[in-house]
Design a protein around this ligand. Structure first.
Ligand code: MTE
Ligand code: MO
Length: 204
């Protein structure tokens, strides 16, 4: 029984068990998971922007060129999907969320939570404190290449400390709130805290 389980899935590399949260298996693949269809973008300069609003001194909108001019970081991190696959040592490039905050109107003191708004209506809620992590970023490259359309081109959120559903693809807006408000999967019964190390998969 255990052998057939091992054949069905990739194996966790020996010595890396402590990097794999409970109930997860390691895969070398990069599965694609989302609700709805993959958005197509014809002319990013003309049709794409990234909006910020809510508990900020002002709302703002960055064009594609403005966003891509921001300073970038590269990180290597592990991602954990609630459907039980984990992928180790994934390489990402983009704008660290903390850095991004320096380039938009100042946060009001009341700002505590962020909703990621995506094309196609998807949303994900994340506490601001989680986005202040070293690894939280607005990512546009994976493994040295532009994100592919199915993995979120041209921009996705990346919050490696949480299950991967909070890493919202096709990001178009960030709303800052003083209170928490459930996102798409959180309303469908996923656990709002979503910590893979505590195996917080589903709401109680
Ligand atoms: N816009 C959007 N982002 C999304 C989703 C979605 O349905 N729409 N699904 C989430 C879920 S459930 C997962 S597991 C990851 C999957 O990312 P991947 O397809 O790059 O592996 O994207 C997340 N981001
Ligand atoms: Mo997911």
């Amino acid at each position: 029984m255990f052998d057939s389980f091992k054949q069905k899935y990739d194996r966790t590399p020996t010595g890396q068990e402590d990097r794999v949260p409970p109930g997860q298996y390691v895969t070398e693949k990069f599965p694609v998971l989302h609700y709805g269809s993959v958005p197509q973008y014809a002319d990013l300069d003309a049709t794409w922007d990234l909006r910020v609003w809510g508990e900020l001194e002002d709302s703002a909108s960055l064009s594609f060129a403005e966003f891509r001019a921001l300073p970038t970081i590269q990180i290597t991190t592990d991602i954990h999907c609630v459907t039980r696959w984990s992928k180790l040592d994934t390489r990402w490039e983009g704008v660290q969320f903390r850095e991004f905050l320096k380039h938009i109107p100042a946060l009001k003191p009341a700002a505590q939570f962020v909703i990621a708004h995506c094309d196609q209506g998807f949303t994900a809620n994340v506490p601001l404190e989680v986005l202040l992590d070293d690894e939280a970023m607005l990512a546009y490259k994976f493994d040295g290449e532009e994100l592919t359309p199915e993995h979120g081109f041209p921009l996705r959120l990346l919050t490696p400390r949480k299950y991967f559903w909070k890493s919202a693809k096709w990001l178009r807006g960030l709303e800052f709130l003083s209170y928490d408000k459930l996102g798409f999967w959180e309303r469908y019964g996923y656990n709002n805290n979503a910590d893979p190390w505590k195996e917080e998969r589903y709401a109680e």
